[in-house]
Design a protein around this ligand. Structure first.
Ligand SMILES: [Zn+2]
Length: 97
């Protein structure tokens, strides 16, 4: 595997949200990430750009932790898609792509 997948989750890091936001800033131009959740009983991963405006929403950030559901980050889209497929997840793309 060439590019590294980085996973941020409240279950993995005590400051996962801060680390995730720092990763987005650091990988602003080339980074993409997956948010994974169960939706109607189907494990679903949504692919976002690091620049996704949804994650700039301060109301959202203060309302709840961004990393209560894990964020899988990489600069390689093929690696992210391969990870999601290995989880048996359904993949959707955000409008930010
Ligand atoms: Zn997005």
């Amino acid at each position: 595997m060439q590019a590294t997948l980085v996973i941020f989750s409240n279950r993995l890091q005590s400051d996962a949200t801060a680390q995730f936001q720092l990763w987005r800033q650091t990988n602003w131009n080339t980074g993409e990430f997956l948010t994974c959740a169960m939706r109607h009983g189907v494990r679903t991963c949504m692919l976002h750009s690091a620049r996704c405006r949804y994650f700039e929403n301060s109301g959202l950030i203060s309302a709840r932790s961004l990393t209560s559901s894990q964020k899988v980050c990489s600069t390689s889209r093929p690696d992210l898609l391969a990870w999601a497929q290995a989880q048996g997840a359904y993949i959707e793309g955000c409008v930010c792509l």
